[in-house]
Design a protein around this ligand. Sequence first.
Ligand SMILES: [Zn+2]
Ligand SMILES: [Zn+2]
Ligand SMILES: [Zn+2]
Length: 286
Amino acid sequence: MNQKATSNTPAKTPSTASVLVLGSGTSHGVPMIGCECATCRSDDPRDTRSRASILITVHGEASILIDTSPDLRAQALQHGLRRVDAILYTHSHADHVLGLDDVRRFNSLQRQPIPCYGDLRTLTDLRRTFAYAFEDTAHQGGGIPRVVLFPLAGEFSIGAAAFTPVPVMHGSRVIYGYRVGNFAYLTDCSAIPETSWPLLEGVEVVILDALRDRPHPTHLSIAESLQIVERLAPERAFFTHMCHDLPHVATCARLPEGVELAYDGLAFEISLRNGANPSGVRGPRE
Ligand SMILES: [Zn+2]
Ligand SMILES: [Zn+2]
Ligand SMILES: [Zn+2]
């Protein structure tokens, strides 16, 4: 019997993954409808911020989306995204879930439902917001996003990537960030509870919410995020979920070394090994 070569299957378990920032903007996006401010009118592409989402690609194994922003279709086209193997939800606010219907296209390409992870409140909200996708009766025309919902229950793995849900405060609501290897994604965060800090030990690269300079009840300000970065002491920190108060170049110029604003299209490598583990691969610095 002829053995077909499977040259595109990696021989070893991948130890690194790439992170691609699909969207770095607050719920309104930047530019904001009807705003004439300098950031909204900027021609620096890094001042154009779609709604917050990232893609984690475990090389040769899986493409994992964190949140399905209302801009998912445009983000997927922009970056040639052809595959989504799992979706991890941080919470059910509109700017993080409303792109779920666009998942239909990945269902067609992959010919199977996509596993989605989220806390119980998020999954309940998804069932209500996208009721047509979860009804027993056959939906006529257009099709439905086909997903399988998994409630968060501690650490879980997708291929070689082990994810730890990290509870963070988003105003009075507990939502979830995710840690994988030496990286953590903490969007829509106003505080990190003391009990979550051990989950972040050894994180070398972080993406953290920083809405604007002025305080906000449900989001970290730049000053508050910088305090968290100081305690976390990662090698690199990127801020996300920014509003139009923060022009890219001028804001980056006043941030300390190792801290930058993320932007749509930013990409970097992470290690899938825990950063606290001395045998782990070091995170990228370049
Ligand atoms: Zn948000
Ligand atoms: Zn503006
Ligand atoms: Zn939110």
